[in-house]
Design a protein around this ligand. Structure first.
Ligand code: DGY
Length: 325
């Protein structure tokens, strides 16, 4: 019997073609809404492979009913929606799509930083509203990005790609991470490791690049926000729950920091009205990796790894490689 792959929601066509060319039968739920947990539970029972996205919760209970499942291929680098321990316990390989989205996400991080610092969405709203009367000396003045201090929290692929861009803006780069980067990377990026508290105290821009895990949930809360300069900006293109959103709203309302550029939120797609009411917040709908080329490649990479496992080959990006041993 050919392996059967459940594709949980709409994808770029490359993914379907790759699965079919590998001889898989594709059960394609071609909808943007995804499935209810019950629908997903019913369909995953017949699947050997699952091609899913970060909007699909894959808890242990779902996997308990998926007796045939050999592989879960996530079309994203983050995989906090999947119970990896439960998958590993059932010897299900989980794969993700790192690398391909690093540069696009770093681009968007810089875009958010510039947008919030230079008040770009506010300026555009002002122009479109027909409010522009004349050039004025203090019209919509913002903050300098060039020459400022950038604190990068999490110094993996994306954090380093942000640091590389920051050099072009002649920024001083600090980073906080569990492990130091190799000396040659620190030298190339002119980046210095400091404790998180020091980073928060010294940075003009704090940019988050850690994966979401129990260790990083609410990494930035009341105490951390209080350490930031009142002139500093927080940028989050990682995962919403890394920041305590209520604490961030309070800090912004009390003027404890100058603004925030947010691509991710605690309960997506819900965005608190208080955040949207603040002119010094730039809010985007989780589009860090959203270029056509990158998203197409993410779909293809995930599909290739899914097909690899189902045809007895080693996938390129296993999240739980111990299952393959
Ligand atoms: C990811 O890959 O984890 C991003 O959040 C979406 O590309």
């Amino acid at each position: 019997m050919p392996p059967r792959v459940l594709v949980t929601r709409h994808v770029y066509p490359a993914a379907i073609a790759i699965l079919q060319e590998a001889g898989c039968v594709v059960d394609y739920h071609d909808s943007r809404d995804g499935m209810t947990p019950e629908q997903l539970g019913r369909r995953v029972r017949h699947a050997d492979g699952l091609l899913c996205q970060l909007t699909d919760p894959i808890p242990a209970e779902l996997l308990a009913g998926a007796d045939k499942l050999q592989v879960i291929s996530q079309i994203a680098v983050g995989h906090d929606n999947i119970d990896i321990a439960a998958a590993s316990a059932r010897r299900i390989v989980v794969t993700n799509t790192p690398d391909v989205l690093t540069e696009a996400t770093a681009d968007l991080t810089l875009a958010l930083m510039l947008a919030v610092a230079r008040r770009l969405p506010e300026a555009e709203r002002f122009l479109r509203a027909g409010s522009w009367q004349r050039w004025e000396i203090d019209l919509l003045c913002g903050n300098d990005v060039h020459g400022a201090t950038l604190g990068i929290v999490g110094f993996g692929r994306i954090g380093r790609a942000v640091a590389r861009r920051a050099r072009g803006f002649r920024m001083r780069v600090l980073y906080a991470a569990r492990n130091p980067a190799p000396p040659e990377v620190e030298r190339e990026l002119e980046a210095r490791q400091v404790p998180l508290d020091m980073l928060l105290q010294r940075s003009d821009y704090v940019s988050l690049h850690v994966p979401l895990s129990p260790a990083t949930e609410h990494l930035i809360g009341v105490a951390q926000l209080a350490r930031m300069k009142p002139t500093a900006f927080l940028i989050n293109t990682a995962r919403g729950p890394v920041v305590d959103e209520r604490a961030l709203i309070a800090a912004l309302e009390e003027g404890l920091l100058a603004g925030a550029g947010l691509d991710v939120f605690e309960r997506e797609p819900a965005v608190p009205a208080e955040l949207l009411a603040l002119p010094n917040v730039v809010a985007l709908p989780h589009v860090g990796s959203a270029t056509v080329a990158v998203r197409t490649r993410m779909c293809a990479i995930a599909a290739r790894d899914c097909a690899a496992v189902l045809t007895g080959e080693r996938p390129e990006h296993p999240v739980n490689p111990e299952v393959l041993e």
